[in-house]
Write a protein that binds this ligand. Structure first.
Ligand SMILES: [Zn+2]
Length: 589
């Protein structure tokens, strides 16, 4: 039987109304409720049904979609909106149902007493949170430093606890980041991250795996990324916490996006700018951000359907995280099956539903920090008496996850001439297709960490003014580290010759000479061939190899930096085929 389109629509709406009562159809009364919420709270929470995933994905750039659930006749979509966003939604004339704000009935007593908070079953007041953070630094000055990453719209603070055995100086080790509660009403991770800070600090030197983590990783923890949202109801209560910042922007839709451009979520907010500045000033290897409203390990990409070239690594990490959770939690926790890769508790972001402007894709795409989103509790703002339970479910996974940034391939990249650290791009052949997946070594230490699934790879190291280096047959095992230190040779730069015709090999006198501590060595190639220049001290001991490569006929120069050498006479020798010549240079410091 053929069904005409209007009949199909009517039967569709009828089935919705049967399943959901009359609300979807009683459009005007829902609009009234929406008006009430927008006038009194500035925000609404609502649901609607759509049969088209691509429509939902488009809509997610206009309203803040919070969750979608598979539904017999389509998808049930849960979303937030402020006034402007809701006006956009209304243009589509889709029936909807207004829901109570997730935390509307929350009635919890926050505590300003630190020893009470240390039982971890209570939400702290804002002031207690801030003093607790600084107390960590006071109690553990050699392990913990509080970094103020900037203010919020209302002048509250975005604080990171940096935890490391070298917190007051820079050691070559990976940086790892945990950030929670960018949606102010999703508070489980907030208290759990405070507890993690305390656990890492008090466990150092006591518990072997914690000692190992604090020695080998620089851990950055921001328990509260959106304090204006969490303390919407005032500094002394989390009741009334809401998702957005004080300007009614969803901060996890406000980041530059690989597909949707630099400002997908409208005007860039101060909290976002602060996060971007922090990401630029550091070089994170891995990161995780905590949310609530679902229980799932969500990994990149959120913004487009193609898989990340390290999809196998993300799935492996998800399985590890969730398996460790399941060893410590009932099987019903974190077991949702939401899409690809069809493993309970793990989902590729786009396969669940598209978001743009999220932190996860921003950190992964623009900063090479493999970031995932952990939805940690179905209840956004749970009764605080449940927080120790969520801790017990996740505590081991939190620690294991930090450890993972030590695995894969790591090492130090230095200048072959000076031994100084080099900030270089590290690429893996076959992992660069269409996506930005390279990582950078750290400019201060030369340290790099490339987490990767087991296999045999070809690594390429490149930096401006250095000869690119390729290393083949790099073997990687899961849960272990392949150390690969790399020396990069500075490029000898061709110079314009004042001779028209070059008719001899020649090694010229360095200039300036005597020098302190930089000098330039020039030489001439008669024809194409290999050239090597080595530097020796007065005893004949080889000190450095500033040049080793293939050159065409022409005149070249190389800078030689002797800042680590002591004053004295040195010799530099050019060898090219049968030609060789040696000259003297004098270093005076
Ligand atoms: Zn969230």
């Amino acid at each position: 039987m053929k069904i005409s389109f209007p009949v199909l629509i009517l039967s569709f709406l009828f089935s919705i109304s049967v399943l959901y009562g009359q609300n979807y159809l009683d459009y005007s009364s829902e609009k009234e409720k929406a008006g009430y919420y927008l006038d009194n709270k500035g925000i609404i929470y609502f649901k609607f049904v759509s049969t088209s995933k691509s429509f939902i994905n488009d809509l997610s750039q206009k309203i803040s979609i919070d969750n979608i659930k598979d539904f017999r006749i389509g998808y049930e979509v849960f979303a937030f909106a402020n006034k402007d966003e809701f006006a956009e939604f209304l243009k589509y004339n889709i029936p909807f149902e207004i829901l109570p704000l997730p935390n509307e009935s929350a009635n919890f007593q926050a505590s300003d007493n630190i020893s009470e908070i240390l039982a971890w079953d209570v939400y702290p007041t804002y002031d207690a949170y801030v003093s607790m953070m600084y107390q960590f630094q006071t109690n553990y000055p050699n392990l913990c430093k509080i970094v103020d990453a900037g203010n919020t719209v209302q002048g509250r603070k975005i604080l990171f606890a940096v935890i490391s055995d070298s917190v007051n100086f820079k050691k070559p080790k990976p940086q790892f980041e945990y950030v929670s509660t960018i949606h102010g009403d999703e508070t489980t991770g907030y208290v759990l991250m405070l507890r993690l800070i305390d656990t890492l600090l008090s466990g150092y030197g006591v518990t072997p795996n914690i000692t190992k983590i604090v020695k080998n990783v620089e851990i950055w923890i921001n328990p509260l990324a959106n304090p204006d949202g969490t303390y919407k109801g005032g500094n002394n209560t989390v009741n009334g916490a809401w998702r957005y910042n004080a300007n009614s922007y969803d901060l996890n839709r406000n980041f530059p996006d690989p597909a949707a451009g630099p400002t997908p979520g409208g005007t860039r907010q101060i909290e976002t700018t602060n996060s971007i500045n922090l990401a630029k000033a550091n070089n994170f290897t891995m990161s995780m951000n905590f949310h609530g409203g679902a229980e799932v390990f969500n990994y990149p990409w959120d913004t487009w359907s193609r898989l990340h070239p390290d999809d196998d690594w993300f799935i492996f990490q998800g399985i590890r995280y969730v398996d460790t959770v399941h060893a410590n939690a009932p099987s019903t926790y974190m077991d949702d099956l939401l899409g690809y890769p069809n493993i309970p508790g793990i989902v590729n972001g786009f396969s669940w539903y598209r978001i743009t402007g999220g932190r996860q894709d921003y950190m992964t795409y623009f900063h090479g920090s493999r970031e995932v989103t952990l939805e940690i509790s179905n209840t956004k703002l749970p009764n605080p008496s449940l927080l120790p339970t969520y801790w017990n479910y996740n505590a081991k996974s939190f620690l294991h996850y930090i450890t993972q940034c030590l695995y894969g391939v790591r090492g130090i990249i230095t200048d072959s001439l000076t031994g100084q650290p080099v900030r270089a791009k590290v690429r893996v052949t076959g992992k660069e297709i269409a996506d930005s997946t390279w990582i950078n070594s750290d400019s201060l230490t030369g340290n790099y960490n490339r987490p990767i699934k087991n296999g045999t790879y070809t690594f390429t190291y490149s930096a401006e003014n250095y000869v690119t280096k390729t290393v083949t047959d790099v073997y990687v095992k899961n849960d272990s580290t392949t150390i690969l230190n790399v020396l990069l040779r500075p490029i000898a730069t061709p110079v314009i010759s004042n001779k028209q015709v070059i008719n001899s090999f020649e090694l010229l006198q360095n200039y300036p000479n005597p020098f302190n501590s930089m000098t330039i060595v020039k030489w001439q190639m008669l024809n194409t061939g290999n050239a090597v220049i080595k530097v020796f001290d007065i005893t004949g001991k080889e000190i450095a190899t500033p040049v080793d490569g293939e050159f065409q006929a022409g005149t070249y120069e190389v800078r030689f930096d002797a800042k680590d050498l002591s004053s004295g006479i040195y010799f530099y020798k050019l060898t090219s085929g049968r030609f060789s010549d040696i000259k003297k240079m004098i270093l005076i410091k």
